[in-house]
Ligand binder design. Structure first.
Ligand code: ARG
Length: 466
């Protein structure tokens, strides 16, 4: 049967037109089976949906369909068990599976490709595969958010310095800081869900580029494969990869968020901050400095964001010069796309786990908040409430900070008489606003850091994340 299978040797796959075999180098250069074999399940699912439609439309016979279904069942088993022989000379996942099908079931295998091209086939496979990956990533993003929300729930009253320019600015709760990342990851999840809508369209039926003369029922194939609809233009269907670009852009933004969180963990774990400790299992030692515990996992999460952003640039550049419709350039979409998915998946998993195990050091956070006159704005606001224009209040407080700095004390440690020297409107009620907690409690505005507000946010996220 092998000799009657035109795919048994790929130089014969296209036709008798070719008079010389491919060199080993060209074969290796043009083959994608080394990496695109991971699309095998999507390829089989797509083929089965196509074959069932062909049979329903009377384009192939019922027996052909039964043979194709039986053959594909066997192939799936062989691949799952690691028994399938992938052949470089068969170039890609599509030709490998089709050749094996024909080897197993003969003529029916040769009929499968009716009304189809590898151009619409590969576009379908990648979309099917990516859709499943997006669903997995959405679950991981939810888990990441849950880990942060539960950590936040325990720290609505833990004060830390909020920074601008990495200078102590105003006190915030650790929970409030963590929930900022929850907002970012929630938007990442929204973006991904939105991108999924544009991934979830069926290219099959576009054939090589112009559509096909067979009476295909594209809508039924779309329904069978769970697509929301069909691609409406055959040239567009086989050639554009904007769905992959969009996904990689979403992944890049998400990795940038991860990277910022990772950077903060690295800073917070340093001796200079000492705000948190990361579990040993996420750290490594040094081969020369016995005292070292390095936050390698956080550093790598930060570093791997560069790789995903790089893939986005690679894919954009891949597409920009291509004339319509399909070009072999498109084969180069896979490795960056696969690596983007793998990197984002592993990073989200490990970061969520690591965040669950963070040991928080509230005293160090509080000490740091006390060092930078974080309640100076509160003193200015206090004076405004006593009737001063804000600019005058700002000036009076600047003088107070200068004196406190000289004495090496916090504003709350200056005697009332000294404070009154900066403005006579200052009374002994001033000390409530000068404490870190007084400052935090005062920020009752929606989205502010007051513990009640933050607790309400925790509840909102819990309800949203289920
Ligand atoms: N391996 C190819 C890819 O990934 C499949 C499509 C090939 N189509 C073609 N006309 N050569 O794009």
């Amino acid at each position: 049967m092998t000799s009657s299978n035109p795919l048994a040797n790929k130089s014969q796959a296209w036709s008798a037109l070719f008079s010389e075999p491919m060199s080993e180098l060209v074969q290796r250069y043009t083959a994608s089976v080394g990496f695109d074999q991971r699309l095998w399940r999507a390829d089989i699912d797509g083929s089965l949906a196509h074959a069932r439609m062909l049979a329903a439309q009377g384009i192939i016979g019922a027996q052909d369909l039964a043979d194709i279904e039986r053959g594909m069942g066997q192939i799936a088993g062989e691949i799952e068990r690691g028994e399938f022989t992938w052949k470089l000379e068969l170039e890609d996942v599509h030709l490998n599976i089709e050749a094996r099908l024909t080897e197993l079931v003969g003529l029916a295998g040769k009929r499968l490709h009716t009304g189809r091209s590898r151009n619409d086939q590969v576009a379908t496979d990648v979309r099917l595969w990516l859709r499943a990956e997006i669903d997995g990533l959405a679950a991981l993003l939810a888990a990441m958010q849950r880990a942060l929300v539960e950590l936040a729930a325990r720290h609505t009253d833990t004060v830390m310095p909020g920074f601008t320019h990495l200078q102590v600015a105003q006190p915030v709760s650790f929970a409030h800081h963590l929930l900022a990342y929850v907002e970012m990851f929630a938007r990442d999840a929204e973006r991904l869900a939105d991108a999924r809508k544009r991934v979830n369209r069926l290219p099959l039926g576009a054939a090589a580029l112009a559509g096909t003369s067979y009476p295909l029922d594209r809508e039924s194939v779309a329904r069978a494969l769970g697509f929301d609809g069909v691609c409406e233009n055959s040239l567009d269907a086989v050639s554009d990869r904007d769905f992959a670009l969009e996904f990689t852009a979403c992944a890049s933004i998400c990795m940038v968020h991860v990277s910022r969180l990772a950077e903060e963990l690295v800073l917070w774990m340093s001796q200079s901050f000492g705000f948190v400790d990361l579990a040993d299992r996420y750290c490594t030692g040094s081969s020369i400095m016995p005292q070292k515990r390095n936050p390698d996992v956080a550093e790598l999460a930060r570093g791997k964001s560069g790789r995903v952003v790089g893939h986005l640039m690679g894919l954009l550049t891949l597409m920009k010069g291509q004339p319509l419709a399909y070009n072999k350039d498109n084969q180069e979409d896979k490795e960056p796309l696969f690596d983007t998915v793998d990197t984002l998946r592993d990073t989200l998993r490990i970061m969520a786990e690591m965040c669950e195990g963070i040991v928080v050091k509230p005293e160090a956070m509080e000490r740091a908040a006390l060092r930078g006159y974080a309640t100076a704005t509160d003193l200015a606001d206090y004076l405004v409430k006593k009737g001063l224009p804000f600019r005058d209040a700002h000036e009076a407080v600047a003088h107070a900070v200068k004196v406190a700095l000289r004495e090496g004390v916090d504003l709350s440690q200056l005697p009332l008489a000294t404070l009154q020297g900066f403005h006579p409107a200052i009374g002994d009620d001033v000390f409530e606003v000068l404490t870190l907690r007084g400052s935090m409690n005062a920020r009752q505005v929606r989205g502010g850091t007051a513990p009640g507000q933050v607790a309400a946010q925790v509840e909102r996220h819990r309800a949203r994340l289920g």
